[in-house]
Design a protein around this ligand. Structure first.
Ligand SMILES: NC(=O)c1ccc[n+]([C@@H]2O[C@H](COP(=O)([O-])OP(=O)(O)OC[C@H]3O[C@@H](n4cnc5c(N)ncnc54)[C@H](O)[C@@H]3O)[C@@H](O)[C@H]2O)c1
Length: 445
């Protein structure tokens, strides 16, 4: 079966490579010629475990192709996945569907035989139905169906999540489209993942509801950590205590600097916007959006407070810039707001991330880049842990502390146990746990 995937970003590239691995002939289209050139030269532009091997292997096998030419990719494809971005619309919180509608128009122009056009992008309820009308209006003669097939992969484990999903959701009004999607996903459903067929609207809502619910858990645990800071109690123990309740579970109960990434912030805003527009305000999700914005906005004050009120003239080491571990994605990462705020207030920022590079990102103008965590900490007044990279868990904390101007740490991921930190010279601030006071006096400046 020939499959076209429009958009070769995080979702399109991972989906395309995995579908090629199943043996389909996959054509990934991207309008970004540089990205396509890089991919054709064998360079995978995103950091995702297992993706390089999958891309290279399937390119070599002749099953995975990259092109800017939508027409040739879509021609005679039985399935066409739309995996383009759906960012927050300028001026309001709704999802901007310009790329999706643009891709749909381009596909419509090219249809030459039956195809099922599948939205894999996260799109608001009503989109699949609108796309069907849009394509029908452009090509009354064409033979096609539309299906809504939201993607649930997580960055950092995207390949594994695509190959071993908890479920596959397909919204469709056509048996023919359902059969094609059943064939496409057979290698996954064979191993037990349920394939849920539903209507367009339910499929679209499932995606936003899932992200909204997970974001809500994060906002909940973050505020619970704040409460622990005020009244005592250890958030790690409290989270464990509630997580053992089978009705609750342990996932998404780790406090952090505020959720970021390309999905939760924009999808919660879009869900709230959809609900407002529909006259069924989703006040719980509105509160999640507000709580998260406030949390990220308060990070600067948190750093300032740990440094006795001012960051000016301080050397601040940041460990981890990506919005979470195992990815190089910076979209809506807490670092994107915090780093420029620190620099603007007169701090010198030294950053280390295992995979993120400056790449001319304006948020990181003036930042000094270290090659290791130890290099970043050298001579610093404070180390801030912003991303929960595994390699930070194994750092020699005494060595790190000794190289600093003064051993102060702000751990915004609660990576270290209090017992472990107590053996080091660190003054240690984490989230929702007790602050550890220094066991040794700070070095004179
Ligand atoms: N990133 C994730 O973890 C994730 C997970 C699940 C769902 N999603 C959803 O999947 C969609 C894509 O997200 P992403 O992170 O992969 O985005 P991305 O920005 O990484 O990739 C989108 C790609 O589409 C290309 N593009 C846009 N319009 C095009 C067109 N008309 N023709 C060809 N190429 C076009 C862009 O050049 C870009 O490379 C979004 O709706 C997102 O919400 C993302």
């Amino acid at each position: 079966m020939k499959i076209a995937v429009i958009g070769a970003g995080y979702v399109g590239l991972v989906s395309g490579a995995c579908l090629a691995e199943f043996g389909f002939d996959v054509f990934c289209v991207d309008q970004d010629a540089r990205r396509v050139d890089e991919l054709n030269a064998g360079r995978v532009p995103i950091h995702e475990a297992g993706l390089d091997n999958l891309v290279h292997g399937n390119m070599r096998a002749g099953r995975l192709h990259f092109t800017t030419e939508l027409k040739s990719a879509v021609s005679h494809a039985e399935a066409i996945f739309i995996a383009v971005s759906t960012p927050t619309r300028r001026g309001d919180d709704a999802a901007d569907l310009a790329y999706v509608h643009q891709a749909a128009s381009q596909i419509a122009e090219t249809l030459d035989g039956y195809s099922v056009i599948i939205t894999k992008s996260t799109v608001p309820v009503g989109t699949a139905r609108k796309l069907k009308e849009q394509i029908r209006a452009l090509r009354p003669d064409a033979e096609f169906d539309v299906a809504a097939n939201p993607e649930f992969l997580r960055e950092g484990s995207a390949v594994d999540d695509f190959l071993r999903p908890d479920r596959i959701v397909v919204g469709s009004e056509s048996k023919r489209a359902q059969e094609i999607l059943r064939r496409i996903y057979q290698p996954i459903t064979m191993t037990g993942a349920p394939l849920i067929f539903t209507d367009f609207e339910s499929a679209e809502l499932i995606k936003y509801a899932a992200n909204g619910y997970l974001a809500m858990r994060l906002a909940f645990v973050n505020q619970l950590a704040d409460l622990c800071e005020k009244v005592g109690g250890d958030i790690a123990v409290v989270a464990k205590g509630i997580g053992h309740d089978k009705r609750i579970g342990h996932h998404y109960l780790q406090p952090g600097p505020g959720f970021g990434g390309s999905c939760f912030p924009k999808d919660t805003r879009a869900l709230a916007a959809t609900a407002r527009e529909a006259g069924a305000p989703f006040s719980v999700i509105e509160a999640v959006v507000g709580a998260n914005d406030k949390r990220k906005g308060a990070l600067f004050a948190r750093v300032s407070k740990a440094l006795e009120g001012t960051v000016a003239g301080k050397r601040i080491a940041i460990l981890g810039l990506a919005f979470k571990a195992e990815t190089d994605d910076l979209r809506e990462a807490p670092a994107i707001d915090l780093v420029p705020a620190l620099a603007q207030a007169g701090a010198a920022v030294i950053a280390y991330d295992p995979v993120v590079r400056s790449n001319g990102n304006r948020a990181f103008a003036g930042v000094e880049w270290a090659k290791t965590a130890y290099g970043a900490a050298k001579g610093a007044d404070v180390v801030i842990v912003l991303t929960e990279w595994n390699e930070f868990r194994g750092l020699d904390l005494s060595k790190l502390a000794k190289s600093m101007r003064r051993p102060l740490m702000l751990d915004l991921r609660n990576l270290y146990s209090i017992a472990e930190i107590a053996k080091t010279p660190f003054t240690y601030h984490s989230l929702g746990r007790h602050t550890i006071r220094p066991l040794m006096p700070a070095k004179a400046s």
